[in-house]
Design a protein around this ligand. Structure first.
Ligand code: BEZ
Ligand code: FE
Length: 287
């Protein structure tokens, strides 16, 4: 095809994709071209603006390291991650709602004994986390389910953001007992800003948004015959629940982290300071 112009270029590119053997790939690339061309027609960028966009995406890529994923952050802050999540998780009754994975998950942690304190010697208000994992629908407890939990420290940082830490901190992997129960100790989380010293932070500031996420603990729970659940539990009362920087809050995931006086914890531990409990059950969708 010759004499390509504003009116026929989209069809010309799409025709060039006609021989793509994988039908799903063909659909994905065709849709990308169509929407990208529509976007350019809508916004009508100048050459300078288009170059700025290319420079921006280049910087997003250059900001990624083995410890930092700026593209996930961009997807999260533009609401794309939660849209993909919503499309892929049309859940049955009884299933815990999902939310973003975020960039701070670490795979392959060793399993810890029940009741381990994942805070180690990191200071904070003690938090007892416990609950039951069930199959959504039947409500049957799931024995042997694997729970990964992770959260930030009192300064708002995950362990992977602290180069001085050589061991995992404020993250751990646990397994449910025969009745589907698990428990561990941590510290009460606080709201924190997403990493905003890179190109995503520049976008956040240029659009007069704030970078904060409401206080939460992350959970990834997997069990045989069930879809892996990726979610958080958010702290009731947090000032950022209605303006999460990554659009991840759902009502069903908000819970009171109940304040306790010094005394005996559910696992028999004597706590000498004020502490909190997060007691929460999870329902997994059968595959
Ligand atoms: C997080 O909660 O860890 C997170 C999620 C999305 C973007 C940044 C951080
Ligand atoms: Fe987080």
């Amino acid at each position: 095809m010759r004499d390509i112009n504003e009116a026929n270029i989209t069809d010309a590119v799409i025709q060039r994709l006609a021989d793509t053997p994988d039908p799903r790939l063909k659909q994905i690339v065709t849709g990308l071209v169509r929407h990208l061309h529509d976007y350019v027609r809508d916004v009508e960028p100048s050459f300078e603006e288009w170059q700025l966009a290319i420079d921006y995406l280049t910087r997003v890529g250059q900001t990624c390291t083995d410890k930092r994923q700026e593209f996930i952050l961009l997807s999260d802050t533009l609401g794309v991650s939660m849209l993909v999540d919503a499309i892929n998780h049309r859940l049955p009754e009884g299933a815990t709602e999902t939310t973003v994975l975020g960039p701070f998950f670490v795979a392959g942690l060793p399993e810890l004994p029940p009741g381990t304190n994942i805070a180690g010697n990191i200071s904070g208000e003690p938090l007892f986390v416990g609950g039951k994992v069930m199959s959504a629908g039947t409500g049957h407890p799931l024995a042997g389910a694997v729970i990964d939990a992770w959260q930030s420290d009192d300064d708002g940082y995950y362990d992977v953001q602290r180069p001085e830490l050589t061991e995992p901190a404020l993250r751990g992997r646990f397994r449910t007992d025969a009745k589907g129960y698990f428990h561990f100790w941590s510290i009460t989380p606080h709201s924190y800003p997403i990493p905003d010293d890179g190109p995503v932070g520049a976008m956040i500031r240029a659009t007069k948004r704030h970078p904060y996420r409401p206080a939460h603990v992350h959970f990834m729970i997997s069990a045989e015959g069930h879809e892996t659940l990726v979610t958080h539990i958010f702290a009731e009362g947090d000032p950022y629940l209605d303006s999460d920087a990554v659009f991840g809050v759902k009502d069903s995931l908000i819970q009171t982290f109940a304040a306790r006086e010094p005394g005996m914890a559910p696992d028999g531990r004597a706590v000498t300071t004020a502490w909190r409990t997060l007691e929460r059950d999870f329902g997994l969708k059968p595959t």
